[in-house]
Each structure stands twice: as C-alpha cells, then as structure tokens.
Design a protein around this ligand. Structure first.
Ligand SMILES: Cc1ncc(COP(=O)(O)O)c(C=O)c1O
Length: 447
C-alpha cells in the first residue's frame, strides 16, 4: 500500500468569502445537533490540512497559526504520523494496555524517559487528554506524599474536568456554573513580568508565592505545586528568570512534588524539548499531551521512578490510555521532530516572527508586550500608554485575520493576547504572510 499525506499547495487562497457556502451549510446542520457549549473560533469547516495550510470545505486555503491549539507541531497529517497510524490501525486498533499490553506503549515511555528533563530514572503512565494527565499527576503526588493540598498559580489553565477546573484560574468560560470544585486547591501569584511591580525578579516573585503558600496552607501539607512553565490559555506568560528554579528548589526542600504542566509548551514547541529546559529546571513530574502525537489523543505523566512506582498496581490507567494507534502516531511525530530538526526550526520561527512583530509594534502603540519562546509567541494588547487590557481590539484584530484566511488564536485572563502557535513545519513565506495579514488587521482597526 502506498501511504501519502495530503498534497496541499502551501499558499493562502480565498475562493469564497469566509465562511463559504459549504461551511455555512455545515454550521446550519451543526446548530441543530451540536451542543452550544462547544464553540469554534472560526465558522469555517476544515476538509484537509498539511504543513502550514488548512483547506476548508469550500476550497479556501488558510494559513494555520494555531496548530489546533499547539497540537500539530509536526504539521497536520505529517507523513511519518500517517504511515505509522495506517500500519498500526491495520494491525491492532485496541486491546487495552491494562489487559493485553503492546510494544508501542513501552516505546513511547522509553522516549519520554529519554527526552524529559533530568537524568534520573523515570517512568510514565499514558492517558488520553491533557486534563487526564494533570488529574493523574495530582493523584500520584498525593499518593506518594500522603498529603492532600495542591497549589496552583494565577492565570493557570489545566483543563476542564472537575479537579482541573479547580486548578484553572479563569471563571469564564471554563468554570462559571460548573461547581462545586475539587477541594484542597490553593492559588498563589505567579511571575507575570509585564504586570508585576517594575523590576521584580523571578526570585522575588517566587518568594511572594512561597510565603502565601506557607501561610495559607503550610509547606508540610502540600502534596504538589503545579504550574505551566510558560502559561498557555492564561496569556503566554513567561515567568521572570529564576522563578521556576526557586519554586522547584522550595518544593525539593519541603518534600513537595513539583509538577510542570507541559501540555501546551512541551515537545519542541518552545525550541527545547520542554519549556523548563530553558531554565535548566528538572521537575518531579511532567505532564504532556497535545504535540506529543501529531494530532491523535495521547497524554502522559512522566516522572521520578520512585514517585511513579509509589502507586499500587491498578491505581492508574483507563480503557484507552496509551491506545496503540495514538502511540504509533507519537513515535512518528517524535521521529519527525528529531529527524527534521524541529527544535531549531522553533528557534528560527521565534527569530523571524519576533522581528515581524516588532515591526508591527513600532507602528502600533496598543501592543504592550511581545513575548514567548520558539513557536509559542504572543502579543499583549492594551490601551496605548497604559497596561489596561484591550480585549475588544484583540477580538476585532483576530476577526479580521480570520476573514482574510489566517487562523489566529487569542488567549489571556483578560482576553487581550494574540497568540501564535504555528506548525513548526510552516514555511518562512507563509509565516511572514500570516503576520503581514496581522499587521494589516491592526492598521485597519486603528485607522
Ligand atoms: C497547560 C495545559 N494543561 C492542560 C490542558 C488540558 O488539555 P486537554 O484539553 O487535552 O484536556 C491544556 C489545554 O489547553 C493546557 O494548555
């Protein structure tokens, strides 16, 4: 059998207004059968995708600056992912690793042990979604320490299940009306250099968080401190240098499990395998998902062998966790990251995109800050001359980009951040064209 990924010309072309007639017809069908609580950023229905392009059902080709929220790091339908999945799906679709185990699960765990930070002995457990990985990391930390409290930070996003809603900071749309939430979760301030007091160092911000955790909970009651090393939904917030290391050290000194939630920032996205690698920080547990498997649902908790092994047999798992097809996809995606140099590619994207964003900023006083690492970049939008968030301008700029065929996402506690998460295989030309559309959108809104 010849196995091919879709061959889609890597160029933006709009054949109809956005959304086109077929997308509109699908929206109509959807409105009677899909729950309103599940929303979509763009009213455009995808037909195929590859590289940096999503082709819609009307034949429009859109520049993808979102990667399905940081998932298709290797591009949609990466040839190695396609080949591995097609072969695997024809051999075994499912046996359940808890019933009849198979090699792919073991091979993914070996890769996770190799690639995650630290040279200590590591073990993994595989799941389906990021939220499920976070839930399980907390379960493991609680079991291993015999403690219950969990500390999370401001602007955190960890998922939509009950415990992860409790860990997530923002009420709308993630939490409002969905309580009661899991108990024994405490929140402390993070390091948010753009909004912290001028000149606050990472160490000072860490001390602010630690003091609050010690006073509000008590270090000896805390099972885990969980945070995203670069915050995703909360606004692509990069903590000041030294913050992560100071928190990790305090955790180690106090027998607290430091969980790095790398669901969005992990797997080559930031130009290193994991965002903590930029700071040389070694977490006790790492949660991964999204980019790990090129678009198939797979997630993992990886960590110190003694923590992972503390849980009794049967205490971790789930019917589909580490499904063979998802594992085959992960092995293909990781091979592409390694063979095609995607860490370096992410660094190149950072350089190229940051340059283009700085040119936009020079003409756009509403851009308060450009930040991020690798292919995880953002601009925070404010009322000029202030730090007052401008969510309306952010939404209007994003909408203009969508109308021009550029898939761009927003985020942030205040809804005022435009984030860029292109597939790392996007061409320079497409990336710059997408950012050109962003520049035009700002210019048109501010004219
Ligand atoms: C940092 C982080 N953790 C957890 C999650 C939840 O992942 P999932 O949507 O796969 O449950 C996300 C999703 O955006 C995330 O960004």
């Amino acid at each position: 059998m010849t196995i091919t990924a879709p061959d889609i010309a890597q160029r933006r072309e709009l054949k109809t207004p956005i959304p086109g007639p077929r997308s509109q017809a699908l929206a109509e069908r959807r409105s009677s059968v899909v729950a309103a609580g599940v929303s979509s950023t763009m009213p455009v229905y995808a037909a195929r995708a590859a590289g940096g392009i999503i082709e819609d059902v009307d034949g429009n080709t859109l520049i993808d600056l979102g990667s399905g929220i940081a998932v298709t790091t290797v591009g949609s339908s990466d040839p190695r992912v396609v080949a591995n999945v097609q072969q695997q799906v024809a051999e075994i679709t499912h046996t359940c690793f808890m019933i009849s185990p198979y090699e792919g699960y073991v091979a993914v765990a070996e890769k996770l042990a190799e690639l995650t930070p630290g040279d200590h002995a590591k073990k993994s457990a595989l799941f389906n979604s990021g939220a499920e990985a976070v839930e399980n990391a907390v379960k493991i930390a609680r079991y291993a320490t015999g403690r219950q409290a969990v500390v999370a930070v401001d602007h955190a996003y960890h998922g939509r299940t009950n415990l992860t809603m409790a860990l997530t900071a923002k009420a709308m749309p993630y939490k409002k009306g969905f309580g009661p939430f899991a108990s024994d979760v405490y929140r402390v301030p993070t390091s948010y250099p753009f909004r912290d007091p001028e000149g606050m160092t990472g160490e000072e911000a860490a001390q602010r968080a630690i003091t609050l955790a010690e006073k509000a909970v008590g270090a000896d009651q805390i099972a885990a401190f969980i945070m995203e090393p670069i915050q995703g939904e909360g606004g692509f917030i990069v903590p000041a240098p030294g913050f992560l290391a100071a928190i990790a050290k305090w955790c180690t000194d106090n027998g607290i499990v430091f969980i790095a939630d790398e669901v969005q920032s992990g797997f080559a996205r930031t130009g290193e395998w994991f965002a903590v690698d930029h700071e040389g920080v070694v977490p006790d547990l790492v949660t991964t998902a999204k980019g790990i498997a090129g678009g198939l649902p797979l997630s993992a908790v990886t960590g110190r062998a003694e923590l992972m092994d503390s849980v009794h047999p049967g205490g971790l798992g789930g019917t589909y966790g580490g499904n063979p097809v998802a594992c085959a996809a992960a092995l293909g995606a990781i091979e592409t990251m390694e063979a095609d140099g995607l860490l370096d590619r992410a660094k190149h994207i950072e350089e190229l995109a940051t340059g283009a964003l700085r040119d936009i900023q020079a003409k756009t006083p509403a851009i308060g800050e450009i930040r991020g690492r690798g292919g995880m970049l953002a601009v925070e939008i404010v009322k000029p001359g202030t730090k007052e968030p401008d969510a309306a301008l952010t939404a209007a700029v994003a909408k203009r980009c969508h109308e021009q065929g550029v898939v761009i996402l927003t985020c942030g506690t205040f809804g005022n951040v435009i984030r860029l998460l292109p597939p790392l295989v996007i061409s320079d030309e497409l990336l710059l064209e997408g950012l050109g559309v962003l520049a035009d959108a700002f210019a048109a809104e501010l004219a």
